[in-house]
Design a binder for this molecule. Structure first.
Ligand SMILES: Nc1ncnc2c1ncn2[C@@H]1O[C@H](COP(=O)(O)OP(=O)(O)OP(=O)(O)O)[C@@H](O)[C@H]1O
Ligand SMILES: [Mg+2]
Length: 245
């Protein structure tokens, strides 16, 4: 599929190693602005490793992560994780990673900690609470008392409070009951409708490709397929390997 959308983020020849094991072996990705891009693949394919390198939490062995801002292009592999968040690329980690001994409201305030547009922060807090009403109801409660699914929501909400231009989501539906999985996918779409670009890593391949404009299939550290989400959904190789035939 050809697209006339402009890439906001381009990953070029990204390789990441753990010691002498190369987990990501020179991948190329392009995220079009305002789109959901899915990155799918089996356990151990290198999905999380790729995200961690994009967000600067792992240092790549080679390659570039080119982020297009209004007037310039920056290679994120040259920036610290903190600067990458500030520039607008924010990852929601796999698992929960909320601060369990702080309240929900405190977790959300921390998400906005580096922002300078404080007036806008209050507005974004209202938006985030409208996306996740359960967080608003329990705003003064400890994050540690939330259920797994609610903590996952808090992790996404906290990332949104950083006002990202690109959101990196690592398996947001992992470990959730089927109804909550539906809810998370609905919310991811709703977030995307505000214009936010999303890179969505998922093992729930069917659901991810349904909501993604574009998708990549990663196998043992290499991209083996890149196409529109709908083409991938009907691709015999994807059907066989990830969608149970
Ligand atoms: N900290 C680490 N040290 C050494 N090897 C690692 C480390 N983290 C991941 N690996 C290895 O790198 C490869 C890619 O792992 P990664 O976690 O990126 O895969 P993934 O696609 O996210 O898998 P999953 O679907 O299970 O989350 C795997 O072979 C994994 O065992
Ligand atoms: Mg992973």
């Amino acid at each position: 599929m050809t697209s006339n959308a402009t890439p906001i983020l381009q990953v070029r020849d990204l390789a990441v190693s753990y010691g002498h094991i190369e987990a990501v072996k020179g991948i190329d990705l392009a995220l079009n602005e305002g789109e959901i891009t899915a990155l799918v693949g089996a356990n151990g394919a290198g999905k999380s490793t790729a995200l961690l390198a994009i967000s600067g939490l792992l240092k790549p062995a080679r390659g570039q992560v080119l982020f297009n801002q209004q007037d310039r292009q920056q290679d994120l592999t040259r920036l610290s994780p903190h600067k990458i968040v500030q520039s607008g690329v924010v990852q929601v980690a796999e698992g929960r990673a909320t601060l369990t001994t702080l309240s929900i409201a405190e977790n959300l305030a921390l998400g906005a900690y580096t922002r300078k547009d404080k007036a806008q922060v209050a507005q974004d807090l209202d938006w985030v609470y409208s996306l996740f009403p359960v967080l608003q109801r329990r705003r003064d409660g400890l994050a540690g008392n939330l259920s797994g699914g609610e903590q996952q929501m808090l992790a996404i909400a906290r990332a949104l409070m950083a006002k990202p231009r690109v959101l990196l989501l690592d398996e947001p539906s992992m470990g959730l009951a089927p109804l909550l999985v539906q809810e998370i996918f609905r919310i991811v779409q709703e977030i995307n409708r505000t214009g936010l670009t999303i890179l969505l890593v998922e093992q729930n391949v069917r659901q991810a490709l349904r909501i993604a404009q574009r998708g990549y299939v990663l196998e043992t550290g290499k991209i083996v397929l890149a196409d529109s989400g709908s083409n991938l959904l009907h691709n015999p190789k994807v059907l066989e390997a990830y969608l149970g035939g």
